[in-house]
Structures are given as structure tokens and as C-alpha cells.
Design a protein around this ligand. Structure first.
Ligand code: C2E
Ligand code: CA
Ligand code: CA
Ligand code: CA
Length: 274
């Protein structure tokens, strides 16, 4: 009885209850917020190690009517649990492709794909319709997936990936090194890019463990002939390390923060031309 009492006490922890309620009400807001056009796409530059911008990663934000601009970490994981991520992901993909199709310069556009969205049966069909409706050249689109998609039901995941490749889009392995099956995933599917997670890049110039891991991933990519991009590059000294080790692409605050498309005036001029 005592143990039960404790469990109940824990279950009804007023703080937990409060947080759960908050999460729930935020998701209700989100459900309404998507059709209310409260989501935004921010774009962060992807650059060569020499500093030439070759594309942008689309990163979702939520302009909440009361709480202001919310980062994905405040709503994505709950949305993955309740399935709302499918609507969010579809909106982001459509919006990013629509906008990128208007850019004066046909740069790459990278879009994150949640494992939930990926496993949702008709994603390749959805993608195909977005490509044909927006007119975006599929070669310009790169989908960023985490190795998590390959863990369960690998053969089904592989067949979806092959369908995506047959549409001529590129597929990057995101957050490389943070999961458990990175190496076998690389063996089972020809990824077009490896993205080294920010957690390894931060402090690469001061932390010997991070340095060893990043060095190894760059060597791996070069050995497999898969381009490697380092995410979360914030300082010149991190950049110098990456350059020295043979990393050829970078993304991070040093190059540019995620921003609304309107802040890249050179890119959006095409909208006037068309
Ligand atoms: P991610 O895919 O690993 O994206 C990179 C994150 O690192 C972004 O955070 C970006 O703003 C941040 N970042 C880039 N460079 C730096 C840097 O130099 N320093 C620091 N401190 N951070 C940097 P953000 O935009 O908050 O997104 C967080 C995560 O939310 C993303 O991680 C991605 O997993 C998820 N996400 C964002 N947009 C979408 C989306 O449209 N769909 C899905 N499924 N997930 C998304
Ligand atoms: Ca990403
Ligand atoms: Ca990451
Ligand atoms: Ca991620």
C-alpha cells in the first residue's frame, strides 16, 4: 500500500501534471496553428569549406500567437508521438520546394524528414506530387534522414529509399554518429552525404575525443567517396580544424544562422522576374 501511495504521489506530481498539460495544450494550439499558417521555414546556408554557399537547410519555426517564435525542440518530438509531424513535415516540404523553385540561383534545398513521415506509406507519392506541383528540379532537393529510419524493418526502409532515389532526389544521413547503426546503414544504402552532428563539431578544437571522432568520420566519408558536411561550426578555429582534416563542406553560425527567406534578397529577386 505504501509503494502504491508513492507511485500515486509520483504520478500526480503537480509539476509533471502541469508540464504534461502544457504540452497537451501546445499541441492543440499546433493543430490549429498549421491551417492558420503559423509555421515558418527558416533557411540556414550550406557552404563549401572555402565559403561558397551551395544551398540551404530548411528549418521549421512556429510563430505562436501568444509565445512568439518557437524552436522545433519545443514541439517536434511531441508531434512525432501524436502524428502531427506528418502534417508539419508535408507543409515544410511543400513550402521549401515552392520557395526554392523561385530562387534566382538554383541552389540546393535540404529538408529534414522525420522517421514517422518516412515510414508513413505514401511519402514517395507525396514527394512526387510536390515536385511536379512546384516544378522544383529533383536534383536540387536533398532529404535529411537519421539512421533511425533504417533500424526497424530495414528492407521496407530500403525500398522506400530506393523509390526516393528513383525520383532523382538526394538523401543525406543526418546526425551521423549519434545513433547505433551508422556504419551498417552506410553499407546498406548509398547515401549522397554524411552530416556530422553538431555535438561532435562543437569543441573539436579543444576536446581530443571530439577531434578523434570528427577526424574518423571525415576519413570514412573520403574513403567511401561520400561527401561529408560538418554541422554547427561556430568558430574560426573549428573551421580551421575541419579544413586541415579534409572536410569540404560546413554549416553553422560562423557561416550564417537560420533566417527567413526574405533576408536573402539576392535569392528572392527571382520572384519578381517570374
Ligand atoms: P538538425 O537537423 O540537426 O538541424 C541543425 C540544428 O542545429 C538546427 O537547429 C540549427 O539551427 C542548429 N545549428 C546550426 N548551426 C549551428 C551552430 O553553429 N550553433 C548552434 N548552437 N546551433 C546550430 P533547429 O533549427 O533548432 O532545429 C533543431 C532540430 O529540429 C533539427 O536538428 C531537426 O532535427 C529538427 N527539425 C527542424 N526542422 C524540421 C522539420 O522541418 N522537420 C523535422 N522532421 N525536423 C525538423
Ligand atoms: Ca538536419
Ligand atoms: Ca544535428
Ligand atoms: Ca536531426
Amino acid at each position: 500500500a505504501k509503494a502504491d501511495g508513492r507511485r500515486m504521489a509520483c504520478y500526480f506530481d503537480p509539476r509533471m501534471d502541469h508540464r504534461a498539460r502544457e504540452r497537451y495544450s501546445l499541441q492543440l494550439d499546433l493543430r490549429a496553428g498549421i491551417p492558420n499558417e503559423e509555421l515558418r521555414v527558416y533557411y540556414q546556408p550550406l557552404a563549401t569549406i572555402e565559403g561558397e554557399v551551395f544551398g540551404f537547410e530548411a528549418l521549421v519555426r512556429w510563430q505562436h500567437p501568444k509565445y512568439g517564435l518557437l524552436a522545433p525542440e519545443t514541439f517536434i518530438s511531441t508531434a512525432e508521438q501524436n502524428g502531427l509531424i506528418i502534417e508539419i513535415g508535408e507543409w515544410v516540404l511543400r513550402q521549401a520546394c515552392r520557395e526554392a523553385a523561385l530562387w534566382a540561383n538554383p541552389l540546393q534545398i535540404s529538408v529534414n524528414l522525420s522517421p514517422v513521415q518516412f515510414r508513413n506509406g505514401d511519402f514517395p507519392d507525396f514527394l512526387q506530387s510536390v515536385l511536379s506541383n512546384t516544378g522544383l528540379a529533383p536534383q536540387r532537393l536533398e532529404l535529411e534522414i537519421t539512421e533511425g529510419v533504417l533500424i526497424n524493418d530495414t528492407s521496407r526502409a530500403l525500398s522506400i529509399l530506393r523509390r526516393l532515389k528513383s525520383l532523382k532526389v538526394k538523401v543525406a544521413m543526418d546526425d551521423f554518429g549519434t545513433g547505433f547503426s551508422s556504419l551498417s546503414s552506410l553499407q546498406s544504402f548509398p547515401f549522397d552525404k554524411i552530416k556530422i552532428d553538431r555535438s561532435f563539431v562543437a569543441g573539436v578544437d579543444s576536446n581530443p575525443q571530439s577531434a578523434a571522432i570528427v577526424r574518423a568520420v571525415i576519413a570514412l566519408g573520403n574513403g567511401l567517396d561520400i561527401p561529408v558536411i560538418a554541422e554547427g561550426v561556430e568558430t574560426e578555429s573549428e573551421h580551421d580544424f575541419l579544413k586541415r582534416e579534409g572536410c569540404r563542406e560546413v554549416q553553422g553560425y560562423l557561416i550564417g544562422r537560420p533566417k527567413p527567406i526574405a533576408s536573402y534578397s539576392g535569392l528572392t529577386q527571382a520572384a519578381h522576374v517570374l
